[in-house]
Write a protein that binds this ligand. Structure first.
Ligand code: PRP
Length: 206
């Protein structure tokens, strides 16, 4: 399933992210804010377990998330999405996966993975602002499935239709939550009209 946000605040903030005049400080704030809004949408079907809470007056039925949540930011650009989720789920674990896309072949190259031997979380949320060819997201989810992750969701900010199709083909069981779906990929594998390179624009390395 593919879920594209319809939220007016998301649309407004994506426009500011696209703007070439937006500087890295503002860009980072916007990535965090859009992620915060996406976190609300992407977690809407998480299971809760019932418990009892003591109010100042009496006891009440309360709820807590049933599963431990793992945030899996794809380095580098996914790092900026961690805080938006952490504000809503401060006890989520964060497991970094390092991949970069080879500029010529556009294939993902893995360079960092410190996952422990077996899964420590019940739900993994893969965070990467850009779903372009879909290679990096597919490779990350391959790694998580080999690790033994049972339930995985992908959360991104912009996607090309080609990336959505590739990720869906490789991992049809993984829901895709995207702020906005763009028109196409260009010949260099960039999302068009896009927002440029989300890693470079966050880290000031453009
Ligand atoms: C970008 C982006 C994704 C990937 C998307 O990362 O953040 O990880 O490319 O492309 P794909 O869907 O075609 O695989 P990049 O390789 O530029 O690394 P960075 O995050 O370190 O800038």
């Amino acid at each position: 399933m593919v879920y594209e946000s319809k939220h007016p605040l998301v649309k407004h903030k994506i426009t500011l992210l696209r703007d070439a005049a937006t500087k890295p400080k503002k860009f980072r704030e916007l990535i965090r804010e859009v992620t915060l809004l996406l976190s609300y949408e992407a977690t809407a079907d998480l299971a809760v377990k019932e418990g009892i809470v003591q109010t100042p007056l009496e006891t009440a039925v309360g709820y807590e998330l049933q599963d431990k949540i793992g945030l899996v930011p794809v380095l580098r650009a996914g790092l900026g999405m961690v805080n938006g989720f952490w504000e809503m789920m401060p006890s989520a674990e964060v497991w970094h996966i390092g991949l970069y896309r080879d500029e010529k072949t556009l294939q993902p190259v893995s360079y960092y993975n410190k996952l422990p031997t077996s899964p420590t979380v019940g739900v993994c949320l893969v965070l990467d602002p850009m779903l372009a060819t879909g290679g990096s997201a597919s490779a990350t989810i391959d790694i998580l499935k080999k690790w033994g992750a049972k339930r995985i969701k992908f959360v991104g900010i912009l996607a090309a239709p080609e990336g959505i199709a590739e990720l869906h083909k490789n991992h049809p069981d993984v829901p895709i939550h995207i702020a906005q779906i763009d028109e196409r990929l260009n010949d260099f594998g960039f999302i068009m009209p896009g927002l440029g390179d989300a890693g470079d624009r966050q880290f000031g390395t453009a």
